[in-house]
Design a protein around this ligand. Structure first.
Ligand SMILES: *Cc1c(COP(=O)(O)O)cnc(C)c1O
Length: 310
């Protein structure tokens, strides 16, 4: 895969800010869910599966990408979705466009429904493949070990090492991959996940579990203390949780789009970018070289534009 663009954006509170554009990955509006899904679809092809079952809401970037990748390969795609958030978004409209079918169930029935859907497809003579919501799991983590390698190689090539990497952290897979990449290379760059929904200690524990799971599977032994020190998951900027955007986040999105042409959304990247700005200020961080990893979500930028006229 060609590395995604990485470029200097601006000075930010006395720091040099760079951005890595995983939102520009070249398939279906890109994003971290595409980088992860590529790994899952490689396995789907190796195992000759002919149907995909996954989980997500109508807002899900993951389900949009998976539905498109399934359609492109002629595979059936079933999306199990929690009841209560059925309003259409650009993502859900695209999922329909790609011919995915939805099974909408109460959130506590999601796990069972995924299993039952898999069984029903098998009984119908299909060979289905299950992708965890958000592309969670060691394959998803591996995708972001790759991304960290791209960043490290860019740094060497340009003589610009990063002190800090900030990004939006949800299921924690993206962050776990970056952390594993850092640990495997013994790279001093600090990775700071800005939680978009989960609270600590659970949020950070999920990242730690993903890190340990990946390292175990890779048969790499790293001291627990090193893993703990490398895992920074901040829930100070999460607000009221998933999808809740403050006016300050709206202001950040408006400013970044106007001054730098950088689209951010209220659920993930705008919240994380705003969290990064506050974190730099509150911790008095200056004189550093900082990277913001743009994890995608372009369709959400347009939902926000319709909803709030940002
Ligand atoms: C899913 C998502 C995230 C969070 O990624 P995780 O690997 O689940 O932590 C961040 N940004 C965007 C745009 C996403 O769609």
């Amino acid at each position: 895969m060609t590395p995604t663009p990485l470029c200097r954006l601006c000075e930010l509170q006395g720091n040099q800010l760079y951005v890595k554009r995983d939102d520009l990955l070249p398939f279906c509006f890109g994003g971290n869910k595409y980088r992860k899904a590529l790994r899952f679809f490689r396995e789907i092809e190796d195992q000759h599966c002919d149907a995909v079952v996954t989980y997500g809401t109508r807002h899900s970037n993951h389900c949009r990408v998976v539905a498109n990748m399934a359609a492109a390969r002629g595979l059936e795609c079933v999306i199990v979705s929690p009841a209560g958030a059925e309003s259409e978004t650009y993502n859900s409209r695209m999922m329909r466009l790609f011919g995915a079918s939805f099974r909408t169930v109460p959130v506590e029935a999601v796990h069972d429904t995924m299993e039952k859907t898999m069984e029903a497809l098998r009984r119908a003579g299909k060979k289905p493949y299950l992708i965890e919501g958000g592309g969670h799991g060691n394959l998803g983590t591996a995708a972001y070990v790759d991304c960290f390698r791209e960043i490290a190689e860019w740094s060497v090539e340009h003589g610009t090492p990063f002190d800090l990497i900030f990004h939006a952290s949800g299921t924690g897979t993206t962050q776990a991959g970056l952390i594993c990449g850092k640990l495997l290379r013994q790279d001093p760059t600090e990775i700071i996940g800005i939680s978009i929904a989960r609270r600590n200690p659970r949020g950070r524990d999920v990242v730690l579990d993903s890190v340990r799971s990946y390292l175990r599977a890779a048969a790499v032994s790293i001291p627990e203390e090193t893993i703990q020190n490398a895992t920074v998951f901040l829930d100070d900027y999460t607000g009221e949780g998933y999808s809740a955007a403050s006016p300050e986040i709206g202001e950040t999105i408006h400013r970044m789009m106007t001054e730098h042409g950088l689209p951010l959304d209220t659920t993930y990247t705008g919240k994380a970018f705003h969290g990064m700005e506050r974190c730099l200020k509150e911790q008095g961080i200056t004189g550093k070289t900082v990277l913001f990893l743009h994890t995608g979500g372009t369709p959400l930028f347009f939902d926000d534009l319709n909803r709030t006229g940002l």
